[in-house]
Design a protein around this ligand. Structure first.
Ligand SMILES: [Zn+2]
Length: 94
């Protein structure tokens, strides 16, 4: 028979799991956006794989950022104009 306490414990466990997922997802999002990868990719991998997802996003996925040759700031690979110094960037290297 299901006691009230069992239900409470189940709800608390479920909330913890949900909280952990949100926490993992937030970290994944942070790592992904830092490396110029879409946030949703970081969130999905983190929720599915946990810390392994962080590792994939943080280490194994190729960063989509490159360095501006004029001001040395990091800009997106696809960018044609640097958002920091406003100068034209050379075309993406293959
Ligand atoms: Zn620049």
């Amino acid at each position: 028979m299901l006691e009230v306490d069992d239900v409470t414990i189940a709800i608390v466990n479920y909330s913890c799991l949900l909280g952990a997922w949100l926490f993992w997802g937030a970290i994944g999002y942070f790592i992904a956006t830092k490396r110029g990868i879409r946030g949703i990719t970081g969130i999905s991998l983190s929720i599915l794989l946990g810390p392994i997802g962080w590792l994939i996003v943080g280490v194994f996925m190729r960063s989509r950022l490159r360095q501006c040759p004029h001001c040395a700031e990091r800009v997106k690979e696809e960018a044609k104009v640097c958002k920091h110094c406003g100068r034209d960037l050379p075309p993406k290297l293959a």
